[in-house]
Ligand binder design. Structure first.
Ligand code: HEM
Ligand code: HEM
Length: 217
């Protein structure tokens, strides 16, 4: 058995930060903390945008192009799990679904309003019908995202039962494989972090200034 590096530091941090981020987004709105919801929302924009950029310039296993598989490959994977490095074919569909749902959630959030005092930063540029639609979709899409998360965790458990533990690799970055390989799967993540902090700073001084100064006062 050889220990192979499959996930770089940015992918792993992205994943676990996203989990915390979504929990904060949910609980902040439940507790009526709209400013925290906005700040967490801007954090999520920087996180996802960096992940998508890293999907072009990043590690082999982070590449967006590696996420596209034919439905035939999905069925093949169900019959006999492959020993591929990176996301499996069904896993890739799940990742694409997550990216789509999160983008919808972020864009509709920017156009949503709490109907009292706080408007998303794009509300002033769109009609009131669009704001109503965005509010409606922001609510509905969150329910869909919630079911997708349940399905995702259930699938990880099924893989575990079938003898393919995936969580450890998402924590340590390493997975044990039958054959060793010289193929380099990961890159050093420093460029991703530069992009992430640059985007975060940009969002903090533009849309984030008001909610941040409220939270810090
Ligand atoms: C808010 C909840 C969650 C969301 C939104 C989420 C989202 C994602 C996304 C987007 C990926 C792809 C990573 C990438 O390529 O960038 C992923 C992979 C993964 N997630 Fe989650 N996740 C969540 C919760 C969890 C939990 C609770 C676990 C552990 C039980 C988990 C375990 C994993 C594992 C092991 C992978 C790698 C799968 C593979 O090997 O193909 N996730 N998740
Ligand atoms: C992945 C990111 C996000 C998640 C998971 C999320 C989640 C939620 C949830 C669960 C609600 C309550 C919906 C309801 O039941 O009515 C909500 C409401 C809201 N969100 Fe988000 N949100 C996200 C991003 C954003 C962003 C980026 C913004 C704007 C900067 C935003 C602004 C709002 C507003 C204005 C409301 C309406 C509150 C109200 O109706 O009183 N959200 N969000």
């Amino acid at each position: 058995m050889a220990n192979i590096k499959v996930w770089d530091g940015f992918i792993r941090s992205f994943h676990w930060l996203l989990v915390i981020n979504i929990a904060v987004l949910y609980f902040s709105i439940e507790e009526g903390m709209i400013e925290l919801h906005f700040v967490a929302g801007f954090f999520a924009i920087a996180l996802l945008a960096t992940r998508l950029i890293w999907g072009v310039i990043g590690s082999r296993t982070a590449k967006l192009s590696a996420l596209f598989h034919s439905p035939k490959e999905v069925f093949k994977e169900f019959k006999s799990p492959s020993k591929n490095i990176g996301h499996s074919a069904p896993g890739s569909y799940m990742v694409l679904l997550f990216f789509t749902l999160i983008i919808i959630q972020l864009v509709t959030g920017l156009m949503s309003s709490d109907g009292i005092l706080t408007d998303g930063p794009l509300v002033e540029y769109v009609s009131s019908d669009t704001v109503d639609f965005a509010n409606w979709l922001h609510h509905l899409n969150f329910d869909i995202l919630f079911y997708a998360i349940c399905l995702h965790v259930a699938a990880i458990l099924v893989y575990k039962i079938k003898g393919k533990p995936l969580v450890k690799a998402m924590i340590t970055g390493k997975q044990s494989h039958h054959e060793s390989t010289n193929q380099v799967n990961t890159k050093s993540p420093w460029l991703a972090w530069i992009v992430f902090f640059a985007l975060l700073a940009l969002l903090a001084v533009t849309w984030g200034e008001e909610p941040l100064s409220y939270l810090l006062s």
